[in-house]
Design a protein around this ligand. Structure first.
Ligand code: FE
Length: 258
């Protein structure tokens, strides 16, 4: 299996701190059935920069450590790009790592509390360049938590989204797990990835998540998510299911006064 979102590189962000941490995570990934990982350190999230060249070097160095220990995992360099006003310039200058070699798919992270007002126009400009944004873990964004259907227009206009395995299995609590389920059901997310930061609370959770996916949505959904991850990685067209609104019980307002 392939994992398209993972903080495996040692000492570059809030993921693995040391080489030993990275190796322990790598072993856990293999035990979870993962064979390929796109390593995606935070990029320009206000705390971490992780420029392209540094990520490529660190990925090659970690790959050498894995190879020398016979850990059967193949790494590719990537970035989890926090949405920011410089993205188009940075792409123009060749400073951004995409999911795929063809540079069609880009992992985009929203800030925790909101979706910036310029997102719609940025996504439009990206699509004009043949780039599809892949929104990471929308289920952990406060604006989506408050109203999951805020995601729908972005998906209808061609953006994709990644739900995090640990969210879906409940590592961030029942509400986030429920929202993850709702987003999957409404076809508002297209792949499952680990966003693993360590081997504990924020580990891979792949087996559990895919088992839950199969139990709740059937083997077709598992095959769909796995195929989508492959298509993204290969830069191929992703064949998505039509998105719909998340059904929410309407809060009943008072019709009648006293
Ligand atoms: Fe992440």
């Amino acid at each position: 299996m392939i994992d398209l979102h993972c903080h495996l590189l040692p000492g570059v962000d809030d993921g693995a701190r040391t080489l030993d941490d990275s190796l322990a995570m790598a072993q856990q990934a293999v035990a979870e059935g993962i064979s390929h990982i796109l390593v995606t350190p935070h990029h320009k999230n206000g705390k971490y920069l992780n420029p392209k060249e540094a990520v490529m070097e660190a990925t090659a160095a970690l790959q050498a450590e894995l190879d020398s220990r016979g850990i059967g995992l193949t790494l590719f360099p990537g970035q989890e790009v926090r949405i920011n006003g410089e993205i188009l310039n940075d792409i123009e200058n060749g400073d951004i790592l995409f999911i795929d070699d063809e540079e069609h798919y880009l992992l985009i992270e929203f800030p925790t509390m909101s979706i910036p007002h310029y997102t719609e126009s940025l996504f439009f400009k990206l699509r004009q360049k043949g780039i599809t944004p892949v929104i990471v873990h929308p289920e952990r964004n406060q604006a989506v938590i408050d109203d999951p259907n805020i995601l729908l227009p972005f998906i209808e206009r061609g953006a994709l989204a990644q739900v995090t395995a640990s969210s879906y299995v409940g590592a961030f609590g029942k509400e986030i797990a429920k929202l993850s389920n709702q987003l999957i059901e409404a076809n508002l997310v297209h792949i499952l990835a680990s966003d693993a930061h360590n081997t504990r609370g924020r580990g891979f959770h792949f087996r559990k998540a895919f088992a839950k996916l199969e139990a709740e949505f059937g083997p077709e959904k598992v095959a769909y998510f796995k195929q989508n991850a492959k298509d993204l990685f290969n830069g191929d067209v992703v064949h998505t299911e039509d998105p719909s609104e998340v059904y929410q019980k309407k809060k009943r307002f008072r019709l009648f006064g006293k």
